[in-house]
Design a protein around this ligand. Structure first.
Ligand code: FAD
Length: 354
């Protein structure tokens, strides 16, 4: 029989760390599930990030459920190590996965979800969307961009500093991506840093462990009905390349958000203008939820209303790994496991009511 005529209990859409964590807990149930991943190879979006990227969470605090990321407390895993870790994780547990299979739309007919994919139709009683946000980069709409003669790119398209050798480059954004890309581009190019607000750096000794502790505290506070305000994740983590750039004075100067482009560069309403060859927008991502648009539950802010990871507007849909709105620190390796476990508990009681 054609495998695709099967009605799965659960289809996980995605194949990155979040999909893997959900699969880890599903594997312990009797539910019939599959992962559908648009990418040709395992590893999620880490495969596409810039070459030198190193995690801001030390290895010991960068693990999915079940297998420790090697390296211990003082090692910041590289991009390559992270991809290898995810590939091995997937192989070790022999998760059922079909790739490359991109889900282009999801509709619900009576109690069954019908998924249109690049490999035909798939059917499921429940869906976990774990598509991350890498496929939906956000660049602010700034007047005059069509007239700009230089290059405009998003951090998701940035690969290595050598592409900008000897050029004049504006790097937009005061988050971790902006600070890390500025650190290396400033070695080979003349770099301007554009920030919407003054950048904020975490103390040198704060890293992924701190995220983990905060996630634990938030979880405990919720269990005990207490209020707990988790720390902001927007601040810059002092990974070694960022410390090195700070020693060079790279972060001392920054300009406010510019108001428009002109053919040779960027300009402010004050009359100031700066000629640049390229603008790299490190301005973040929005959740990649286009496949769920036919369900009619995406809000104007690009998210879906949830209680924990469970969508409230439709029965049978869960969303994992997208950020604090799907669980504190759920967009990190260490944080996603907790929400995955909860998700599978909810899936089990939905599909196999006691
Ligand atoms: P992804 O890794 O994006 O995986 C999503 C998968 O779904 C991909 O394989 C994609 O091909 C697939 N997909 C997308 N759309 C579809 C579709 N329609 N149909 C089928 N498949 C689809 N986290 C940490 O824990 N520590 C760090 O130090 C850290 N540093 C970071 C630094 C930077 C600069 C960035 C950008 C992120 C960092 N993160 C870090 C966060 C982490 O990389 C991401 O949050 C994480 O990759 C999200 O995992 P995910 O599985 O949710 O999504």
């Amino acid at each position: 029989t054609d495998e695709r005529q099967t009605i799965y209990d659960v289809i996980i859409i995605g194949g990155g760390q979040s999909a893997l964590s959900v699969a880890y807990y599903l594997r312990r149930t009797t539910l019939k599930y599959i992962m559908l991943d648009a990418a040709p190879l395992p590893g999620g979006s880490w495969q596409y990030t810039w070459k030198s990227l190193s995690l801001f969470s030390p290895a010991q605090w960068s693990s999915l459920p079940g297998v420790f990321m090697p390296g211990g407390q003082h090692h910041y895993p590289s991009r390559a190590e992270t991809i290898t870790y995810l590939q091995e994780y997937e192989l070790r547990y022999k998760f059922p996965v079909a790739r490359p299979v991109k889900v282009t739309s999801v509709v619900k007919k009576e109690d069954t979800f019908v998924l249109t994919t690049t490999a035909g139709y798939y059917y499921a009683k429940a869906i976990v969307s774990a598509t991350g946000s890498y496929a939906n980069p956000f660049i602010p709409d700034i007047p005059g961009s069509a007239s700009f003669k230089g290059t405009v790119l998003h951090s998701s398209q940035y690969r290595e500093p050598e592409d900008f050798s000897g050029k004049r480059v504006a790097i937009v954004g005061e988050g971790n991506s902006g600070a890390q890309i500025l650190a290396e581009v400033s070695k080979v190019a003349s770099a301007l840093w554009i920030t919407r607000q003054p950048p904020e750096f975490l103390p040198d000794d704060i890293d992924g462990k701190y995220l983990f502790d905060a996630a634990t505290q938030l979880y405990q506070a919720k269990q005990q009905g207490r209020d707990y305000q988790p720390p902001s994740l927007g601040h810059i983590v002092m990974v070694p390349p960022v410390k090195e750039a700070r020693e060079r004075g790279v972060y001392q100067h920054f300009l406010p958000a510019f108001d428009h482009f002109y053919p040779d560069g960027i300009a402010w309403n004050t009359g100031q203008q700066e000629a640049v060859d390229a603008v790299i927008f490190c301005t973040g991502f929005r959740p990649a939820l286009a496949h769920l648009a036919p369900l009619g539950i995406i809000q104007p802010d690009g998210r879906i209303k949830t209680n924990g990871t469970k969508a409230t507007g439709i029965t049978g849909l869960w969303l994992t790994g997208y950020g604090s709105w799907t669980g504190f620190a759920s967009a990190t390796l260490i944080g996603v496991g907790r929400t995955a476990k909860q998700t599978v508990e909810e899936l089990s009681s939905f599909l196999q009511p006691a």
